[in-house]
Ligand binder design. Structure first.
Ligand SMILES: Cc1cc2nc3c(=O)[nH]c(=O)nc-3n(C[C@H](O)[C@H](O)[C@H](O)COP(=O)(O)O)c2cc1C
Length: 178
């Protein structure tokens, strides 16, 4: 199956390497879309090596003249997974903003593929009513969330906001693809 994995600028982005590796070893084709902020936490080279595919970052690169990449990637996807998902990408999707490769592909994938979002952020950010409203609004529109867990966070706070376990994320994706 074709999985489109969005990786955003969370400290949990390093876990995207494990997610990519596990899904690839399960026999799926994983195309990774890495945001500019995401690339501050994990390199495209790591994700390219594990997925054995080019990692997409620049929407205007258009390496294949015969196609418009953000549309062809959206059409190709059997499932879109954003893990980790920042407060920012959740807000952008909820409000129809398409100002980078990932948010544009997610916009184009509407009605074509299920979108699973695994948030990761500081507890205060996660509990911010604006973030919660965005999650609710997306849930109402059929987007699926893989809930973060409570843990000691990288910032030192103890609370909800840590990325769900990789095992759980892989399990949810595997079941969704069956
Ligand atoms: C060290 C560090 C860790 C961060 N971790 C998170 C995080 O876990 N979740 C989050 O929503 N934002 C986090 N941010 C802030 C995002 O990187 C920032 O909002 C960025 O604009 C997100 O861009 P993106 O959604 O396009 O990847 C972090 C920033 C820094 C400097």
């Amino acid at each position: 199956m074709n999985i489109l994995l969005g990786v955003t600028g969370s400290i949990a982005a390093y876990k995207a390497a494990e997610i990519t590796s596990r899904l690839t070893k399960l026999g799926h084709n994983v195309d990774v879309l890495l945001t500019e902020s995401g690339s501050r936490f994990i390199t495209p080279l790591t994700l390219q090596t594990l997925s054995k595919n080019k990692v997409y970052m620049d929407m205007f690169e258009e390496i294949t003249p015969s196609e418009v990449k953000h549309i062809s990637l959206a059409k190709k996807a059997d499932l879109v997974l954003i893990a980790p998902a920042t407060a920012n990408i959740i807000g952008k999707i909820a409000h129809g903003i398409a100002d980078d490769f990932l948010s544009t592909v997610v916009m184009a994938a509407a009605g074509l593929a299920p979108v699973y979002i695994a948030p990761a952020m500081n507890t205060n950010m996660y509990e911010n009513p604006i973030v919660q409203e965005n999650i609710q609004s997306l849930t109402d529109r059929g987007y699926r969330f893989i809930e973060p867990k409570a843990s000691l966070l990288a910032c030192g706070d103890l609370g909800k906001g840590a990325l769900a376990d990789v095992d759980e994320i892989v399990d949810v994706v595997t079941k969704a693809l069956k």
